[in-house]
Design a protein around this ligand. Structure first.
Ligand SMILES: [Zn+2]
Length: 139
């Protein structure tokens, strides 16, 4: 125990941090044992208990937490965007394949006309490649 007499007590609090630390499981506190390194509002404090430094640590911690939340939120939004895009592609796949196959059937007629044969051949080749790709066949 420190500070028995009034004079000693006042001297001890000037030298020691005036912060309180928990001393037992029932929430009782004792004076911090560290030497004071700065004074705030007339009270001596160690670096751990100085109110301004506590506020500074809290602000840094809050900023780091907010940055982590922003990053998590952005990552979630990106995953959701990809999931919706994948779902849309899956639905479009069947429709596009059916459209390509139908177009191929009608293009065969167009291709038989000598005047349009070159254009029809080019479009036909494009369709065949897309259909083969969709079906997993090697063109
Ligand atoms: Zn302290």
């Amino acid at each position: 125990m420190q500070g028995v007499g009034a004079g000693q007590e006042s001297m001890a609090t000037k030298e020691r941090c005036s912060g309180r630390v928990r001393s037992d499981a029932w929430g009782r506190t004792t004076q911090c044992a560290r030497n004071a390194v700065l004074t705030e509002d007339g009270e001596p404090y160690c670096r751990q208990h100085a109110p301004s430094l506590i506020a500074q640590r809290r602000a840094r911690s809050d900023a780091a937490w907010a940055a982590k939340m922003d990053a998590d939120s952005a990552a979630w939004a990106e995953r959701e965007r990809r999931r919706q895009s994948d779902a849309r592609k899956l639905v479009a796949y069947d429709a596009l394949l059916a459209a390509c196959e139908a177009a191929r059937t009608y293009l065969a007629v167009w291709q038989a006309n000598p005047a349009w044969q070159a254009e029809a051949d080019a479009v036909f080749a494009q369709l065949e490649a897309a259909i083969a790709l969709a079906r997993g066949e090697t063109p």
